[in-house]
Design a protein around this ligand. Sequence first.
Ligand SMILES: [Zn+2]
Length: 249
Amino acid sequence: MTAPLRFTTSWDDGHPLDLRLAELLGARGFAATFYVPRHNREGRPVMTSAELRALGAGFEIGGHTLDHVRLTGLPAAERDRQIRDGKRRLEDELGRAISGFCYPGGAHDRATRRAVRAAGFRYARTVTNLSLEPPRDRFQIATTLQLFPHRPLTYLRNFARRGRWRARALPLAICLGDRSLDGCLEDVLRFAAARGGVFHLWGHSWELEAHGLWGALDRFLRLAGALVAHEHRVPNAAVIAGDAVSQPA
Ligand SMILES: [Zn+2]
């Protein structure tokens, strides 16, 4: 018998619209992990401490550096400060420890992964998409789809650059065969529900607003609500719990 599909979601950048997202996810009965920096060097707003605590009351919070900076290529001391101080700030504001991290821009290499682990994080998410496998390396957690209407070329580029092609080929083929974001989300989820594994949806609340994607998210959550039992809708931390995972190489 196929193991039941586990369904997780994650949302990056700590924009104040994350609270709207949390409301929608909560109303539809879904767990999520929010990866939050404390400033954003690209100029987008970030939640206040009070907003962060409100979000953290119902959802997992993870690190995303202090200032939302790409970590590869940074001097080691600055890279480590961004990872550690981002973690400390979130923990001070929330009053509890956090265990997850997400690499800004998906940029990571061996030294970055080691630094994230050394800072006390237990796992880290990437921007690799089209994966339905349970994580093999807890510091390189892949996703399935971003809530964003990517062009076919973007899916192809992500696929080509990020390896594990055999396991990702069918989700890629499904998405390339669909003409819309809704179709791609639905068809990959139905495929996943029949075969098991992990479906990991991710995105940015500011992007949902900028591209008018709130309705697409709501439609997709209604569908997922019909296909995924409550006990299998989990935060990112629960996707690694219990899986045989390797340490970062
Ligand atoms: Zn980000």
